[in-house]
Design a protein around this ligand. Structure first.
Ligand code: DGL
Length: 261
């Protein structure tokens, strides 16, 4: 099984992308809805939660882990790789690679949670591969609660997105990385506010494509992954709002199991 985790709804955009890229692969998802959001917490806490989430997924039979959360990917990747001996995927590197392929002027914008943006990880990884690139980042702390609340098309959400994107728009970015897995749910509004000429890169689809590429060249690992079309969803807190949003993201009926870590 492919084990995937996030603080809540956002990781489901990664689940959906993996289902599209790798149909039939068994998936187990954990959304840490009791402890969301991660983006406002300290690195120490996010690392601790990420280790617990991974342990849970491995106990359930995961043979590969996808950190479907930019915040966890920014601060907890090394800790996970040191503690667990199985393939671990983070969402930042694939989004960086994709943005460098797409940008024409090497002027890249990044939006994410406070924790992701203040880690500076996107800028660091972009500059490692393209030292002359200009990177402009903006933390958008209100977007995760708006998505969790299901306010995907409200005028208030549009107004907030516009305000957050304004500084990036004035820098004339040509590519914008959605550095939070919640943000693909606001893609239409974001595209509208940043302008149709800006290429939007989603870390959710970028990681799914990277995993497909990896599995096609790593047959030993691919063979360890069961492929019966099963998908299981666990969350640390269930609310009717989460259930409703989850179904619309996955675009199929899903059953949520409650688990306390
Ligand atoms: N969806 C996550 C991310 O990509 C976490 C958001 C949060 O919990 O603050 O950063």
């Amino acid at each position: 099984m492919i084990g995937i985790f996030d603080s809540g709804i956002g990781g489901l955009t990664v689940v959906r992308a993996i289902m599209d890229e790798l149909p039939g692969y068994d998936i187990i998802y954990f959304g840490d809805t009791a402890r969301t959001p991660y983006g406002t917490k300290s690195s120490k806490t996010v690392i601790e939660y990420s280790l617990q989430n991974t342990e849970f997924l491995i106990r359930q039979g995961a043979k590969m882990i996808v950190m479907a959360c930019n915040t966890a990917s920014s601060v907890a990747t090394d800790a996970l790789k040191q503690n667990f001996n199985l393939p671990i995927f983070e969402v930042i590197t694939p989004a960086v690679q994709r943005s460098l392929k797409e940008t024409k002027k090497s002027v890249i914008g990044v939006i994410g949670t406070r924790a992701t943006i203040s880690s500076g990880i996107y800028e660091k990884k972009i500059k490692e591969q393209s030292p002359d690139a200009r990177v402009y980042s903006a933390a958008c702390p209100l977007l995760v609660p708006l998505v969790e609340e299901g306010w995907l098309t409200k005028p208030e959400t549009r107004m907030i997105v516009k305000k957050y994107l304004h500084p990036l728009k004035t820098r004339q970015i040509d590519t914008l990385i959605l550095g939070c897995t919640h943000y693909p749910l606001l893609k239409q509004i974001i595209q509208h506010k940043i302008g149709q000429r800006v290429r939007i890169i989603s870390s959710s689809t970028a990681v799914a494509e990277q995993i497909r590429g990896f599995l096609s060249s790593s047959s030993e690992i691919d063979q360890q992954l069961s492929k019966t079309g099963l998908s299981e969803f666990f969350v640390s807190d269930i609310t009717p709002q989460f259930e409703k949003t989850a179904k619309s993201v996955i675009r199929q009926p899903i059953h949520l199991n409650h688990v306390g870590l």
